[in-house]
Write a protein that binds this ligand. Structure first.
Ligand code: ADP
Length: 167
């Protein structure tokens, strides 16, 4: 009998996508037949890239990974997961602090929608990588080139140039 194919969504802000997120995607697609990277459209604090720009950057990065796609979504993650007929939500873990927050989120999502969350732990080298820190460090002129993919770094440079040029 043919095995039912499995699908997960990987929701997040991805502002911008980092090498840590990519690591989670590469690990996640080994567990599921299909993985949809889902960029939340709800406004993030100190947003640097629009949801469209975030989707574009991710699309460039996953083009060669079979089974992985990207789109943006509005509203509740669990409603989006149901719409996509996802079997699970994929999330990444960096530290025990992540576990505390993610545990609450996963329990809430399971109790309101009955959906399971599957966690993968990132490579040690990305344990301290976060989009928020990348935005902060980059805006102060720090070098974040080894924490984000090349296409993201190029866009980040461009964006910060135009931000500092604006009055
Ligand atoms: P959110 O705003 O929903 O936390 P993020 O884009 O910050 O969205 O993160 C999406 C997911 O990726 C979360 O599960 C987060 O823990 C995970 N993640 C973020 N950075 C890393 C990293 N460096 N390594 C592993 N997982 C990460």
């Amino acid at each position: 009998m043919k095995r039912k194919s499995t699908r997960a969504i990987f929701p997040g802000s991805f502002d911008p996508i980092t090498n840590g997120h990519l690591d989670v995607i590469n690990r996640g697609i080994k567990l599921f037949d299909e993985l949809v990277v889902a960029v939340g459209r709800s406004p993030v604090k100190n947003q640097l890239f629009t949801p469209e720009e975030r989707v574009e950057m991710i699309a460039e990065l996953i083009a060669d990974i079979p089974g992985v796609s990207v789109e943006s979504f509005d509203g509740l993650t669990v409603e989006y997961a149901a719409k996509k007929k996802a079997d699970a939500i994929l999330r990444g873990l960096r530290s025990l602090t992540d576990v505390q927050y993610e545990f609450k989120l996963a329990m809430t999502n399971r109790s309101v929608a009955g959906i399971e969350t599957v966690f993968v732990m990132t490579s040690e080298q990305y344990g301290f990588t976060s989009s928020t820190l990348i935005r902060e460090v980059a805006s102060l002129g720090g070098n974040v080139s080894n924490l984000i993919p090349k296409n993201v770094y190029a866009r980040l440079q461009q964006r910060l140039k135009s931000v500092t040029r604006d009055p």
